[in-house]
Design a protein around this ligand. Structure first.
Ligand SMILES: [Zn+2]
Length: 513
């Protein structure tokens, strides 16, 4: 028997004299918990082949050639053996016969085996899981997590949305560092499928980051902010990162209200409206604190806390696409808030606030939808003097507008949602004696979809203030909103009109859609 450890030979003697048809192919990368190592490969026909003497140092193998029988013996560090016979697409791995997609072939002084040799023959003798991903040229050895990350890019309304499907799911963090967003995954490495990105003002490129398991999103000069969210889908997770342009050098156009659609000549049975995208608007922010309570609770903080909890349940429980008008303590103009919802074709706009009153005893939640001018004490007060006595507490967000704006087309549905929400709030938290009201809120007027303002309680009331700061109470509000979204979605999908109660009815000339 001729014994030679082929591992001792020059690792790359060159492919001169190689087996017929074998030609160099892109290398594999072997990923283990300890290291990433390239593994040269060749292509023979439709087989991807690797050299036994390249495998030997990586996996601690000794390779011996039987000069008489022409067989090959591959011995692992634990003494277990794999026997190969040239010309036969088979191997005996520790006494068990396994099939190979191709037979070993001689290439000069080297022997080439199909890449599947690793998972089918070496893994069982080494007692280590080995996964071969031909498409992404990876060999995963041992306890490593290398999720596939497929990135899709879409653009709508100036916002670039990156949807990452992570399989199997892995935790992640998004950080903004300089002119990049870094997505760090809780994994050994990534197996990415990235879109070809044409460098633009918002997004310059997407690539693997400099550190393991990191994707880098290179940002352009128009980048303003980002929003990230995640949802679990079976064994996978979906991460959505939206790049929002800065609006410092140009105003966001607020789309004018579209005229009512003409009756189509042929009814092509368009899909029923549903609720797929929800915009959550945390009121106020930054220097604009909104109302405040005797113990110092700030409306802007209560609103953002409830908004974040609501986003989590709408995404996690209902799988909805959720956009936040702000996810930080910063000022956002009312027009920007509505414009975000309009440009993203949101199906529902929920603006979260907390109220204030000159009477400390006044308490309880209230739901507002836009007054169309023909009713409602608030709108009459607004028309008379531009002041809203129920809202008290100084400078607030109730800029008054004319009535002929986008929201008017959606008043029926806004009223329906407000009525549902009142029912859901009742029994969970204290509701004001005037639970549903109409008011000419500017943020509602410009919203081109069903929209409400939720005053979650009165911060000027000590009990409401104490409750609004508590996580348990915030969750009750979120549960009410969650159930309301579920019911509202059913109403939309079934085309059933929900009759609002307890409010001055909006103009009934347009049937609910
Ligand atoms: Zn407010």
């Amino acid at each position: 028997m001729l014994s030679a450890s082929l591992a001792g030979l020059s690792p790359h003697p060159g492919l001169a004299g190689q087996a017929a048809g074998a030609r160099p192919a892109p290398a594999f990368t072997v990923i283990s918990p300890q290291a990433r190592t390239p593994l040269p490969a060749s292509q023979a026909g439709d087989q991807l082949m690797v050299a036994l003497d390249d495998l030997a140092p990586l996996f601690g193998l000794t390779v011996r050639e039987d000069g008489i029988g022409g067989g090959l013996t591959v011995t692992a560090a634990n003494g277990k053996r794999v026997l190969l016979t040239p010309g036969q697409p088979l191997a005996s791995a520790d006494g068990r016969l396994v099939s190979l997609p191709a037979a070993p072939v001689r290439d000069g002084r080297r022997w080439l085996v199909p890449i599947e040799f690793l998972s089918r023959a070496i893994a069982p003798v080494a007692g280590t899981p080995i996964e071969v991903r031909r498409g992404s040229r990876l060999v995963l050895v041992g306890d490593v997590r290398v999720p596939r990350v497929e990135v899709r890019q879409q653009e709508a309304g100036g916002v670039i949305r990156l949807t990452l499907t992570v399989a199997p799911r892995a935790g992640h963090q998004v950080t903004h560092e300089g002119n990049r967003l870094l997505l760090r995954f809780d994994a050994t490495a990534l197996d990415p499928a990235l879109p070809a990105v044409t460098p633009g003002p918002l997004l310059q490129g997407i690539r693997l980051g400099d550190t393991p398991a990191t994707l880098a999103v290179d940002l352009g000069p128009r980048f303003g902010s980002y929003r990230a969210s995640a949802a679990t889908r079976d064994a996978n997770s979906e991460v959505i990162v939206e790049l929002v342009p800065s609006f410092t050098d140009q105003a966001i156009p607020v789309p004018p209200p579209s005229p009512p659609a003409a009756e189509p000549l042929v009814n092509l049975a368009p899909p029923r409206p549903s609720v797929r995208t929800v915009v959550i608007d945390a009121g106020h922010g930054g220097d604009e604190q909104g109302a405040s309570g005797p113990s110092g609770a700030l409306e802007k903080e209560v609103a953002l806390a409830v908004a974040r909890r609501l986003r989590a349940v709408l995404e996690g429980r209902l799988g909805l696409r959720v956009l936040m008008t702000r996810d930080a303590d910063k000022a956002v103009s009312l027009d920007e808030r509505a414009a975000l919802a309009n440009t993203n074709k949101a199906d529902l706009f929920i603006s979260l606030h907390a109220n204030a009153s000159l009477r400390p005893a006044t308490r309880g939640a209230q739901v507002y939808f836009l007054s169309a001018g023909q009713g409602g004490e608030a709108s009459r007060a607004a028309l008379a003097g531009g002041a809203l006595p129920t809202l008290g507490g100084g400078s607030r967000d109730v800029e008054l507008i004319l009535w002929d704006l986008a929201q008017v087309r959606h008043l029926d549905e806004s009223a329906a949602f407000a009525a549902i929400l009142e029912e859901e709030l009742r029994g969970r938290i204290a509701v004001n004696e005037r639970p549903v009201l109409q008011a000419p809120f500017r943020v509602l007027a410009a919203a081109n979809m069903p929209a409400v303002v939720v005053e979650t309680g009165y911060l000027t009331n000590t009990e409401d203030e104490r409750l609004l700061k508590s996580a348990g109470h915030q969750d009750q509000i979120v549960q009410a909103l969650l159930q309301s979204v579920i019911r509202f979605r059913e109403v939309r999908e079934r085309g059933v009109a929900a009759t609002p109660t307890g409010v001055s009815a909006p103009n009934p000339s347009r049937p609910p859609r």
